[in-house]
Write a protein that binds this ligand. Structure first.
Ligand code: ATP
Length: 282
C-alpha cells in the first residue's frame, strides 16, 4: 500500500477554539497506477488532507501510514524518506523559487536529500526535460522567465526528487487554457509512461473528467464519495458539491435522461442548481 488513512482527523489550533478541518478520513491509495482527483468546495479540507500524505501535517487523531511508515515518524531521516517518496506540489509553486539559476533551483531537492552534485545534476536535467525546460534555460535566472515556465521549473524541482507518488494541489490554477492542457499532458504522460500514482486537487471538473480515474469528493472535511469517475458523474446528488464549477456536458445529458431536466446547449447553471436543491435524489 502506498498511502493509508485510518480514521484520520485534523484540527487547526486556534487561540480560543480549534477548527476541525477534516474528520474520520479512511483512504487507501496504491503506490502505482492510480490517477485520483480530490474535489470539493473551497474550505472543504482538500489541502489539509494531502498535507498529511508526506508528514507536512500530522493527524490530531487516527493514523496515516505512508509506504509502511507510521506517522509521525520518529526520526528526521524518516521524514526525508517520506518527502522523497511523496512529492507535493503546492498551489502557485513558483513562489518558492529562490536560486540564482534554473538548474540550481531544480537541483535543490535532490541535493537536500543527499544526492552528490553529479547525481543531482543528472536528476535535475531529467526532470527539466519532462516539463519541457530546455538546456538553453539552465543558466538563466528563474525570475526572468514567464509565469508558466516558472511553474514548470518549480514542478521540475519536485520531479527531480523522483517521488513515487505525485500530489498536485491545483497545479493549473491561474494558467490559460493552453497552459492548463499542456501541464496536464505532462502529468498524464508521467502517469502513463512511468506508472506513477497522481493525486490531483482541482476545481476544474473538465480536467477531472478528462484525466482522473478515481474521484474523492470532500464536503466539510468528510469524504462523501470515493469511487470511479464514471460512478460520480452518474450520481447527480453529488453535483451540489460543485456549485461553482463548470458542468461537464455528460452530467447535463444524464440529468435530461434521468431527472427530466431538458438539456440546452447554453444551460443556465443557476436555475439548474435551484432545481437541484428542490428535488431529492435519494
Ligand atoms: N493554517 C490554518 N489555520 C486555521 N485554519 C485553517 C488553516 N488552513 C486551513 N484552515 C481552515 O481549514 C479548512 C480547510 O482548509 P483547506 O485549505 O484544507 O481547504 P481546501 O478544500 O483546500 O480549500 P481551497 O479549495 O480554497 O484550497 C478551511 O475552513 C480553512 O479556513
Amino acid at each position: 500500500m502506498g498511502i493509508q488513512f485510518k480514521d484520520v482527523s485534523y484540527s487547526y489550533k486556534g487561540l480560543r477554539v480549534d477548527y476541525d478541518a477534516i474528520g474520520n478520513i479512511n483512504l487507501e491509495i496504491e503506490p502505482q497506477g492510480e490517477f485520483i482527483a480530490i474535489v470539493g468546495q473551497t474550505g472543504s479540507g482538500k489541502s489539509t488532507l494531502v498535507q498529511h500524505m508526506n508528514a507536512l501535517l500530522l493527524p490530531s487523531s487516527g493514523n496515516v501510514v505512508v509506504f509502511g511508515q507510521n506517522l509521525p515518524p520518529k526520526k528526521k531521516e524518516k521524514i526525508n524518506f517520506l518527502r522523497q517518496k511523496v512529492g507535493l506540489v503546492f498551489q502557485f509553486p513558483e513562489y518558492q523559487l529562490f536560486e540564482e539559476t534554473i538548474l540550481k533551483d531544480i537541483m535543490f531537492g535532490p541535493k537536500n536529500f543527499k544526492s552528490s552534485e553529479a547525481e543531482a545534476t543528472e536528476k535535475a536535467k531529467r526532470a527539466a526535460a519532462k516539463v519541457g525546460i530546455g538546456e538553453s534555460l539552465y543558466s538563466q535566472s528563474p525570475f526572468r522567465i514567464s509565469g508558466g515556465q516558472m511553474r514548470r521549473v518549480a514542478i521540475a524541482g519536485i520531479l527531480a526528487m523522483e517521488p513515487e507518488i505525485l500530489v498536485l494541489d491545483e497545479p493549473t490554477r491561474g494558467l490559460d487554457p493552453k497552459g492548463r492542457t499542456d501541464l496536464m499532458e505532462i502529468f498524464n504522460s508521467i502517469h502513463k509512461n512511468e506508472g506513477k500514482t497522481i493525486i490531483l486537487i482541482s476545481h476544474d471538473m473538465d480536467l477531472v473528467s478528462q484525466y482522473a480515474k478515481r474521484v474523492i469528493v470532500l464536503d466539510e472535511g468528510k469524504i462523501v464519495f470515493d469511487g470511479k469517475k464514471e460512478d460520480l458523474f452518474e450520481h447527480p446528488k453529488f453535483l451540489s458539491f460543485h456549485l461553482d464549477l463548470p458542468t461537464p456536458l455528460k452530467i447535463l445529458k444524464h440529468l435530461e435522461k434521468e431527472v427530466g431536466i431538458p438539456y440546452m446547449p447554453k444551460y443556465d447553471f443557476q436555475s439548474l442548481l435551484q432545481y437541484l436543491k428542490e428535488v431529492s435524489y435519494e
